[in-house]
Write a protein that binds this ligand. Structure first.
Ligand code: AP5
Ligand code: MG
Length: 185
């Protein structure tokens, strides 16, 4: 199974990815988690990414695409993966399509978790990660609308896009995602 969980900050990508990992035994690949690990390790990559993350802006496509290329080459991704928070820009989506074409394993589906912005602000203020300050959350939401939301059309044109309402009971949302999974996944 090769799918993307797509959605605004705080829409529940990480929460739902964990459930799919438990169901299917394939890894969750979250660029946000990979970047936070790089920041914690104080690597060159982490130092390059930190300012953008703190501001709620996107880290450069080059850095993120390189990270994904390495991660998807690891053996545990051979049987599939759940991408969480990647791709987030048109160049990232195109690079992913190219990479997966090289591997002969195209993406099967993109599941969009739709959540109201005020619900998101409420959720993230309650969580309190270092980028969960109201001003940064609002900027992350704007960055999503501007740079990431256009990917919905990119994947709709490929016939790979499905919408799921991401509000309410976490288990019920998981069931909706299971139903929205592509039939070949
Ligand atoms: P990233 O880590 O991807 O953050 P994000 O997209 O802003 O999303 P979150 O992780 O905050 O939310 P989520 O959708 O995973 O929801 P969660 O399950 O945690 O990215 C961070 C930064 O890294 C970016 O700003 C950027 O700088 C950089 N970055 C990452 N990827 C990049 C890329 N591809 N390109 C460039 N830069 C990149 O849930 C949120 C909260 O809600 C939790 O507390 C959870 O318990 C709760 N919750 C979940 N579901 C429900 C529910 N149904 N009802 C109530 N509460 C719920
Ligand atoms: Mg997350």
């Amino acid at each position: 199974m090769r799918i993307v969980l797509f959605g605004a900050p705080g829409s529940g990508k990480g929460t739902q990815a964990e459930k799919l990992v438990a169901d299917f035994g394939i890894p969750q690949v979250s660029t946000g988690d990979l970047l936070r690990a790089a920041v914690a390790a104080d690597s060159d990559l982490g130092r390059a990414a930190k300012a953008a993350m703190d501001a709620g802006e996107l880290v450069s496509d080059e850095v993120v695409i390189g990270m994904i290329r390495e991660r998807l080459a690891e053996p545990d991704a051979e049987n599939g993966f759940i991408l969480d928070g990647f791709p987030r820009s048109l160049p990232q989506a195109e690079a992913l399509d190219e990479l997966l074409a090289e591997l002969g394993r195209p993406l099967q589906g993109v599941i969009h978790l739709a959540v109201d912005n005020e619900e998101i602000v409420h959720r993230l203020l309650a969580r309190g990660r270092s980028d969960d300050k109201e001003e940064t959350i609002r900027n992350r939401l704007q960055v999503f609308d501007r740079q990431t939301q256009p990917l919905a059309d990119y994947y709709r044109r490929q016939g790979k896009f499905a919408d799921v309402v991401g509000e309410g009971d976490i288990g019920a949302i998981h069931e909706q995602i299971r139903r929205a999974l592509p039939s070949d996944a």
